[in-house]
Design a protein. Structure first.
Length: 749
């Protein structure tokens, strides 16, 4: 609690102006991007109750949710369903009308007042609604009004075809048939005067009907039809509806509405449609009914109930939440941040990947920015400690200046990656003392991460402490000297260059590696520019001149690959380099090449809405970016970091938004709501994937959020409510067992 209070006080007392005064990385003056306040918003929180049988209906009475199924009605009690008295046959419809819950069962119409059930009428019914202050019930052929607890036939309500639903609109009763809509007037059903303009989709089947304000919404198998006055229109994928095979509709809790489909649920907020798919949000694809309470939505599916709650949050609170998640789920070991694998026995274990150092760098970046904003000494201490782990990656190797991909404590409980570069086996090497194994065949990915992070760490943290600063400089010097002295390659334990850490002329000009020439040229220029700035010396000046003579600056132009094929992880590597390179480089002959490369890459990336790429571009140029979209991307990040399966290729709204161009495929990008937590190398154009149910690393969020705060792209929350700024420390162990191996060696600073 003391930690939370101190964090709150720091947040309250620090202002943007003081942050700018202390900044060591340049912040654009009068930027064209729009600063966005870290306002309180409603964070989606998902939960599921799985069932063996389909849930057919759902409703909310006095804050309590009820579901209908083949055996009657059950109450939602936390994470379970409790069977109730009342109907014991299949319940196909639940409605809340006149302060009571109404159930249409196979054996009749039932009413629940919150305490007791009563059977109102026996027989077969299909729907009911509130009309002019009274309740109207419909069977397949008749409409009834409820009078003194009894159903009375409404005159002239004998339907010429089966009735499937009813709603009250414009003080008139409208009924739904399989392929048409009519209203009751002057003792007959009127089909001719329902509409003057438009029509239901031809050869469509209606699925539900509901009045919301000035509209009647009718889900069909060909889109969501809308009746306004006497005009029909239909929302389809072209208008942004995520999936056209709709099944049901419900009014939301905040002037929104929800649409069920045969493959997921959709929330309509203004002109935006948000997609909630299986299996993160709902336990089965087919949605049968939806109901909303106060800041909560219940989605009845063939496989159970999806529950989406909306909790007040700020992005700053989410940052604290993710830090707690990392600790509670056992993702931290020896200063590394590791993802977790779900094992067959249901337990989690840490996964040692190809780039443990590189991924931990994003966590270190976040700490650096957070310290620059808050000046919290605990954050600074953690940043320095995390840097020790990054530096250890190089010191553990017998080849000076060669950074290991990952480090394994012999005998520790974890899973080492078995794969290596280009389809080879992983190269795990035992240290002389027999305590550790380090992963070799290091790629340019790992090197790029080290340089990017050391650039940020050096400027925002290390300069305040001479010993730490010296260690940071030494780290860059050792790696750079290794690369230069070995002919612009990383030379592995066997004396041979690694597969991918190559910036030499033979590699760059080899047609076999045509796809890498621009990116690797940019990386080489970035490596040398950081070394010149942090270390200095004639050696690096001469090395830079050599790269210039080889033509590397000019070759950086087409860093972003769009054809043939593409690799999104290379986009991350490119932006890792742009940021330091364009910050340090001052040569007016070289900067235009790098800036044109950045602009070209940005044009191809901007429609993806990925926050980190937006903020690097905005920090380097001061140009306009999609500030609202970048913030929305962070707000979409789910709190649950498990890797759920996601499927989007079936959707009808995949067209690229107007005003943008996808240079790689013909679809729009997916966001965290659809894909889940993702590192910045993951492909936003991937429509289907996931499903391992492992634990993913949320450091990408932390990096982007605190970078935004540092640059003023995200303004600090205005609230001083600690419930909206931080989370309570719980000391839970939810995932992998705590690391119990030997400690990291003392690095001397």
């Amino acid at each position: 609690m003391l930690r939370n209070t101190r964090f709150l006080l720091l947040s309250m007392t620090l202002t943007l102006s003081s942050n700018l005064a202390q900044a060591e990385l340049p912040i654009p003056e009068n930027p064209r991007w729009k600063p966005i306040q870290d306002e309180v918003y409603l964070q989606e929180v998902g939960a599921k109750i799985e069932t063996e049988e389909p849930l057919l209906s759902v409703a909310v009475l006095n804050g309590v949710a009820y579901v209908g199924h083949k055996d009657g009605v059950s109450r939602v009690d936390g994470e379970k369903l409790t069977s109730m008295n009342g109907p014991k046959t299949k319940v196909t419809r639940l409605r809340v009308l006149d302060k009571a819950l109404w159930a249409i069962a196979e054996d009749g119409l039932w009413r629940f007042d919150g305490k007791n059930w009563e059977e109102v009428a026996s027989g077969s019914f299909v729907d009911l609604c509130l009309h002019n202050g009274g309740i109207v019930v419909v069977s397949e052929r008749r409409l009834f009004s409820l009078e003194d607890g009894k159903l009375e036939v409404i005159d002239g309500s004998q339907s010429p075809q089966p009735i499937l639903g009813v709603t009250s609109y414009s003080e008139t009763l409208y009924v739904r048939h399989a392929d048409s809509v009519a209203f009751l007037s002057k003792g007959r059903f009127n089909y001719d005067d329902v509409n003057d303009w438009g029509h239901l989709p031809r050869n469509s089947q209606t699925r539900d009907m509901l009045t919301i304000g000035s509209r009647v919404l009718v889900p069909t198998d060909k889109g969501l039809s809308v009746l306004r006055g006497m005009t029909w229109s239909t929302l389809t994928g072209e208008e942004g509806l995520c999936y056209e095979d709709t099944t049901c509709v419900a009014e939301g809790f905040d002037r929104d509405y929800w649409v069920g489909t045969n493959r997921g649920a959709i929330r309509a907020v203004g002109d935006e449609f948000q997609y909630f798919g299986y299996d993160r949000w709902i336990p089965d694809e087919r949605v049968n009914a939806i109901a909303c309470g106060d800041n909560v939505t219940y989605i009845a599916t063939d496989g159970g109930l999806g529950i989406i709650s909306y909790e007040p949050y700020t992005l700053q609170k989410k940052s604290e939440y993710y830090k707690r998640w990392i600790d509670e789920w056992g993702m931290r070991r020896l200063g590394f941040i590791n993802e977790l694998i779900l094992q067959d026995d249901g337990t989690y274990i840490r996964y040692l990947s190809d780039n443990d150092g590189g991924w931990t760098c994003h966590y270190l970046d976040a700490l650096c920015y957070e310290y620059a904003v808050t000046k919290d000494p605990e954050v600074k201490a953690e940043a320095i400690d995390t840097f020790r782990t990054i530096k250890w990656c190089e010191e553990i190797c017998p080849m000076v200046g060669f950074p290991a991909r990952a480090i394994y404590a012999v005998g520790e409980e974890s899973i080492k990656t078995e794969g290596g570069s280009a389809g080879r086996a992983a190269e795990w090497n035992l240290t002389e003392d027999g305590k550790w194994e380090w992963k070799g065949d290091t790629s340019s990915d790992e090197v790029a991460s080290h340089y990017y992070t050391l650039f940020i760490f050096y400027e925002l943290v290390a300069k305040e402490d001479e010993a730490v600063k010296a260690a940071a400089v030494e780290h860059i010097q050792r790696i750079t000297d290794h690369i230069i002295d070995n002919g612009w390659v990383l030379r592995d334990y066997d004396g041979k260059p690694t597969v991918w850490a190559r910036w030499d002329r033979d590699f760059i000009f080899d047609h076999e590696h045509h796809d890498e020439y621009a990116l690797n040229s940019a990386q080489a220029m970035n490596i040398i520019e950081i070394a010149r700035h942090m270390v200095g010396g004639e050696k690096y000046d001469q090395a830079k001149q050599q790269l210039i003579e080889w033509g590397y600056p000019e070759m950086t132009l087409r860093t972003k690959i769009v054809f043939p094929g593409y690799t999104h992880f290379d986009d991350r590597l490119a932006f890792l380099g742009y940021y330091p390179l364009l910050t340090y480089e001052t040569d007016p002959k070289l900067r235009p090449w790098y800036m044109r490369s950045l602009q070209r890459s940005w044009e191809a990336k901007r429609f993806e809405n990925q926050t980190w790429f937006h903020y690097i571009y905005g920090a380097l140029t001061g140009n306009e970016m999609r500030s609202e979209a970048a913030i929305d991307h962070l707000r979409q990040y789910p709190l649950d970091c498990r890797d759920y399966a996601f499927t989007n290729s079936h959707r009808d709204d995949l067209q690229v938004p107007e005003g943008f161009r996808n240079y790689v495929t013909d679809t729009k990008a997916m966001g965290p709501r659809e894909q889940g937590v993702r590192r910045w190398d993951r492909d936003p154009l991937q429509l289907d994937g996931g499903g391992s149910h492992g634990i993913l690393d949320p450091s990408s969020y932390l990096d982007a959020y605190w970078m935004g705060r540092y640059y003023g792209m995200i303004l600090a929350p205005e609230t001083d409510d600690p419930e909206l700024l931080t989370v309570e420390k719980r000391n839970l162990q939810l995932g992998a067992k705590p690391y119990d191996g030997p400690p990291r060696p003392d690095l001397g600073f």
